[in-house]
Design a protein around this ligand. Structure first.
Ligand SMILES: *Cc1c(COP(=O)(O)O)cnc(C)c1O
Length: 370
């Protein structure tokens, strides 16, 4: 059994994907070829935004978003401490100051009440200028954008939605990738919509921000490629990856239904023994991960039972941002974020992908009930 079975998905889509790759090899437009534009248009339609800009990976997508919003030295950017390193890394990379925020126990996402307290603290200390919030749709569940938008409006902050995991999720039918001023996603192979290498995208409804990101992804180009009007990156989505994604995107809505069915089976069998994922009314998760916590502890024991049964598991995340060595100069203490600390000690994730069959689900459930 695989944690995420990309091979099964490829076997299912093989002839279509092979044909798409062959088409690129035949036309030879390897950099920003026609498939990139076609994919950007289809993604805009799927997500419900005006602009999609394909970029090299999800980390660059975040960095480009901060650059487009003119965030830099002296600015504070607020984000969750319970996320993948890249979310926080880009804040420091562009010279801004990361401010971490604790999470809600039920959703694992940034806690809006604690976010507002952190903003007020930064304002009262007067060392950094609050500029932006990066909210993460962790494990596939969109963050609470109603509450986050209210706070952002009150303190005049920009919102970046990190939908690397949330792509495919929604709130009352509004898709992940459409929240905030700018949203980003990743097409890393293991994400809900993944390619066969690195890839990412930026989504926005703002014409000016879109134009800036289009320039920034090609060395800050002006009207022509050798007229550089700003310092940028080399961060384009490969044509071959776009070609693969076109076929995967066509299949994606069906795959989301299959993921939901796996999640439903897990929930039905496990909710008496574990804290299973909570999905608020009106929300839909893309089930990037199926993360659980034993009601009575013993994570290590559960994981070793699964390991003996040759069922792969993973811990997302065992080390919060405020505990990372790379951020030690920020001087956070381990106990600063009690909810995230507690989660880091108790969560683990089960195999989750659209092609997990009933037999495999049964094997996981039976092993956990031992
Ligand atoms: C994967 C991920 C990223 C980074 O995406 P890459 O394409 O690997 O650069 C950023 N944020 C979150 C929450 C992620 O899960």
């Amino acid at each position: 059994m695989q944690f995420i079975d990309l091979q099964k998905q490829y076997q299912h889509l093989k002839s279509r994907i092979d044909q798409r790759i062959q088409t690129v090899l035949d036309h030879g437009k390897y950099i920003l070829g026609p498939e990139v534009k076609e994919l950007e248009e289809k993604l805009s339609e799927y997500v419900g935004v005006k602009h999609t800009i394909g970029v090299a990976n999800g980390t660059d997508a975040l960095q480009l978003s901060l650059m487009a919003l003119d965030v830099g030295p002296g600015d504070a950017v607020f984000t969750t401490t319970f996320t993948f390193f890249a979310t926080a890394e880009v804040i420091s990379l562009i010279g801004a100051h990361p401010i971490f925020v604790d999470i809600e126990e039920k959703t694992y996402n940034i806690d809006p009440n604690k976010l507002e307290k952190e903003i007020q603290t930064v304002i009262s200390e007067g060392k950094f200028t609050p500029k932006a919030i990066i909210a993460v749709d962790l494990f596939g569940l969109p963050a609470d954008y109603d509450a986050i938008s209210t706070i952002a409006g009150k303190y005049r902050l920009k919102i970046i939605e990190d939908a690397a995991q949330g792509f495919g999720g929604s709130i009352n039918g509004k898709m992940a990738g459409s929240f905030g001023d700018i949203a980003t996603t990743s097409f890393f192979p293991a994400k809900p919509l993944g390619c066969y290498g690195d890839g990412g995208a930026v989504f926005t409804n703002d014409d000016n921000l879109a134009a800036k990101i289009i320039s920034l992804r090609v060395h800050g180009k002006g009207t022509d490629k050798y007229d550089n009007v700003r310092i940028g990156l080399n961060s384009r989505l490969d044509t071959i990856q776009a070609a693969i994604l076109l076929e995967k995107l066509a299949e994606f809505p069906r795959e989301l239904e299959l993921r939901q069915a796996v999640a439903d089976s897990y929930r039905a069998a496990l909710h008496n023994q574990f804290h299973v994922p909570y999905v608020p009314e009106g929300y839909a998760s893309s089930w990037a991960q199926y993360t659980i916590r034993p009601l009575e502890g013993f994570r290590a024991e559960y994981m070793s039972i699964l390991k003996e049964a040759r069922i792969p598991t993973a811990i997302y995340y065992g080390k919060n941002m405020h505990e990372q060595t790379a951020f030690s100069s920020l001087n956070y203490k381990k106990c600063d974020f009690p909810v995230a600390d507690d989660m880091a000690r108790s969560v683990f994730s089960l195999p989750m992908h659209p092609y997990l069959d009933e037999e495999e689900i049964k094997i996981v459930i039976n092993a956990l009930s031992k």
